[in-house]
Design a protein around this ligand. Structure first.
Ligand SMILES: [Fe+2]
Length: 253
């Protein structure tokens, strides 16, 4: 997000647009589809995506209209950067600028209330979502088969980087990401993620491909045995993390 013009952009491209256009942007994110109402920047990047395809097993959180409008300039900047000769680096620069003032990004995305993914863009060569982790939530080692950039806008996300060995994985590096930090993961990277804080962590995750259409692997956190990435398992991790949070908060959900 170019913070200097983010708000102005929201006003010029969102608020002054017709309500049909605004509904159109939301529709592109999977609630339904209305290509004729898309803003121009979406035409090059979006295709019709039914909710079932977008979900792909992961827990998807609804994106509110206001937050989508606030994120519009950032999404456009990422799409443009992804067309450069070094897309990952150029997108990383956009992301670093966007999270350099984490409160602006937090306001644009919304305060996290549960674990899950808020998807802002899905196209064949770029996926952008906000991933939110409940307090002290963990995610097992997994790969993506595409480059990934992560920028933290609230909380902290500790990444262990793993290397594949003949009989499993070896941990070989760590990235402790605080608010405003950005990490890059290469195409072959395997990482596990922990939120070490007693509060929510939220990060923008950007992938150089269609994250939801790519088969991935995950590794059992205890045995480090490789398994196909299973949407049901991921959905269950988010579900259990949310249930645990509600239990601890005494909400009993
Ligand atoms: Fe990941």
């Amino acid at each position: 997000m170019s913070r200097s013009n983010k708000h102005a952009s929201s006003q010029s491209q969102g608020i002054t647009n017709s309500s049909i256009s605004r509904r159109g942007m939301i529709k592109t994110l999977g609630l339904s589809v209305g290509l004729s109402a898309l803003p121009s920047f979406m035409f090059g990047a979006k295709t019709e995506i039914p909710m079932e395809a977008l979900d792909h097993g992961e827990r998807i959180l609804p994106v509110e209209e206001k937050h989508l409008l606030d994120m519009q300039q950032f999404i456009e900047d990422c799409i443009a950067a992804n067309k450069s000769s070094d897309p990952q680096e150029a997108v990383k620069d956009v992301l670093a600028r966007a999270v350099s003032d984490p409160k602006v990004m937090l306001n644009a995305i919304g305060e996290p209330k549960e674990a899950g993914l808020k998807v802002f863009l899905r196209s064949k060569d770029l996926t952008i979502f906000a991933a939110t982790w409940t307090p002290q939530m963990n995610l097992m080692p997994h790969n993506h088969h595409m480059w990934a950039n992560i920028g933290i806008y609230t909380g902290r996300e500790d990444n262990i980087l793993w290397k594949k060995q003949q009989d499993g994985l070896d941990a070989h590096d760590v990235r402790c990401l605080f608010e405003g930090d950005v990490a890059t993961l290469n195409t072959n990277a395997i990482h596990s993620v922990t939120n070490p804080l007693p509060r929510f962590t939220g990060g923008i995750h950007i992938y150089g491909g269609d994250f939801f259409a790519t088969e991935r692997s995950q590794w059992d956190p205890e045995t480090l045995t490789e398994e196909p990435s299973n949407g049901d398992v991921i959905r269950n991790i988010f579900k259990k993390a949310n249930e645990q949070m509600y239990r601890l908060n005494g909400h009993g959900n």
